[in-house]
Design a protein around this ligand. Structure first.
Ligand code: TNX
Length: 522
């Protein structure tokens, strides 16, 4: 054992001595992979030299794989040569190549991949394009962070050395989500696309968009135009708000899908509906339109659940959004309703569930929906520390874990954080990392959990820079909670790998919080 240790210490020493200054790749032992892959080995060897002559090969006849090849070429950009690496379909050069291969990796799963780096070539192998995409994200993290700068042209750093590696990887949970509240404050298509890019770097595969709330309605509905034209025209604090046309929303969904991220649209109901109730007087029981709301209270609004028009309205909204949503899910919210009786609330949820089903989508609701009679496909999103999901789990429902005291990225880091809320907890980076979804909620065992989601609510976050400050570094912590086997996760090791994200975030211009307990790389 001791001998083995000595031998490997020597190898590390030899490898690092052998490197010239210009080849200062991260020592393999100090790699910065987040989320940590299932297995990582660092074989002896110098690794791969990425030069201006390196090419990328993709399997012929697969458009998704070809797109991933072009994506990788753009990522490398001018970092290694005077032009981005050429992408070739079909048979590849035998050396100096990055091969993307559709071939079964050593572990099963549609998101699994194998990444092998040797001095001759780099091979990413996966049974499905999604696995190739994740293998490419891992490869990206084996390259220096500065390559992610959009204006990179760093001759003095050429060639780029990528350490010899053999990685076999797959996610712990099938659903790994981020949620963005675009209702309390509105964020543009470009800003949301940037958030998607940052989430994809950490292997998230869902973006839940909270598209409506008391303070704003954010998507065009052609049969009810005032929703966007009136309900979309403000936000918390009285700013101008905004909304996505259906064409913009479809573009966003396509952008996300290219990056293996599925958009989950949420129209929150029956509560959190003031923006709709302000847009159309007839949706209120008294027929009178509510004034727009720009404060931050919750729980005061609700649809008129006894009116048939309410269900005609919901049917139109779900139909139009479902038609432009490629993903299988539709989130109906269902949280924090304080003005209806429990029987009224349950009857409403069951009726809306039928509408969602009729438009071909699988329903998701916050854990308040658990007492209703749920379809076997309906998902419950567990957010309250004492949430009601168990009732649904006992009936066979599957759960998304978003416990507010761990996964809510709008919670302050500590008492000094200038923005954010603290009703659930103050969430230091370690609190966001050091927990197990399988034990966090009593009565929700691992077998009932399909995934983890990190919501970010924006009552106090007015700009995308504010959103980034709260999300980074904690979104990366949640990524590892959702991806990496629990038994391989160690806070100290994570903190070191997290600190090594700083140069990449700096290159990408991410406004991240330099939490003092993290050893940030320069
Ligand atoms: C609770 S989480 C809410 C949101 C707020 C959030 C603020 C949930 C289902 N409801 O309406 O924005 O707290 O942290």
């Amino acid at each position: 054992m001791i001998r083995l240790l000595l031998v490997s210490l020597c190898c590390v020493a030899i490898v690092s001595c052998g490197r010239g200054r210009e080849e200062a790749a991260p020592a393999a032992a100090a790699h910065a992979l987040v989320p940590l892959p299932e297995t990582v080995e660092w074989p002896a060897g110098d690794g791969f030299l990425l030069t201006g002559a390196t090419t990328i090969s993709v399997p012929s006849g697969n458009e998704r794989a070809a797109w991933i090849g072009r994506y990788l070429s753009e990522l490398v950009g001018l970092a290694a040569g005077d032009a981005p690496p050429a992408v070739n379909a079909g048979s590849a050069a035998s050396t100096g190549v990055i091969q993307l291969r559709l071939a079964s990796p050593a572990v099963p799963g549609s998101e699994a991949y194998e990444l092998t780096v040797s001095s001759e070539r780099i091979v990413v192998a996966a049974g499905d394009p999604a696995g190739l995409f994740y293998g490419v994200q891992t490869l990206r993290q084996l390259m220096p962070g500065w390559i992610d700068h959009e204006a990179v042209r760093a001759d003095e750093n050429r060639p780029i050395r990528i350490p010899a590696a053999r990685i076999v990887d797959r996610p712990r949970f099938a659903s790994r989500g981020a949620m963005l509240d675009v209702a309390r404050h509105f964020f543009s298509v470009d800003e949301v696309e940037r958030y998607i890019d940052l989430a994809a770097l950490y292997k998230f595969n869902r973006l839940h968009l909270h598209l409506s709330d008391d303070q704003g309605w954010r998507i065009e509905i052609k049969s009810w135009p005032n929703l966007a034209m009136k309900g979309g025209m403000t936000e918390v604090g009285g700013g101008p708000g905004g909304y996505y046309t259906q064409a913009q929303y479809a573009e966003l969904a396509a952008y996300a899908a290219d990056r293996f991220v599925t958009i989950v649209p949420e129209i929150d109901m029956p509560g959190h509906t003031n923006a709709a109730l302000a847009s159309y007087g007839e949706l209120n029981c008294d027929g009178v339109a509510r004034p727009p709301y720009t404060g931050v209270e919750v729980g005061f609004s609700a649809f008129c659940v006894e009116k048939d028009l309410t269900y005609k309205f919901i049917d139109d909204v779900v139909r139009e959004i479902a038609a432009v949503t490629p993903g299988p899910c539709f989130h109906i919210g269902g949280d924090e309703v304080k003005t209806l009786t429990p029987p009224q609330y349950i009857a409403f949820i069951e009726r809306v569930q039928k509408i969602v089903q009729a438009h071909g989508k699988q329903m998701i609701g916050w854990d308040e929906i658990a007492p209703a009679a749920l379809l076997p496909t309906t998902l419950v999103q567990h957010w309250r520390p004492d949430g009601a999901s168990t009732t649904a789990v006992e009936k066979g429902a599957k759960v998304i874990i978003s416990v507010a005291s761990r996964a809510y990225l709008d919670m302050k880091y500590d008492e000094a954080t200038a923005i954010g809320q603290d009703w659930a907890a103050r969430i230091a980076v370690r609190d966001a990392y050091d927990w197990d979804p399988a034990t966090v909620a009593a009565g929700v065992p691992a077998a009932a959990i399909i995934g983890v989601e990190a919501p970010i609510w924006t009552e106090t976050l007015a700009t995308i820079a504010d959103v980034e400050f709260m999300a980074f570094p904690r979104l990366a912590a949640i990524a590892e909670v959702a991806w990496t086997p629990q038994a391989s996760r160690r806070w100290d090791d994570f903190a070191r790998r997290l600190g090594a994200q700083a140069p990449r975030w700096a290159a990408l211009g991410v406004n991240f919080y330099r939490a003092p307990e993290i050893p940030w790389s320069r």
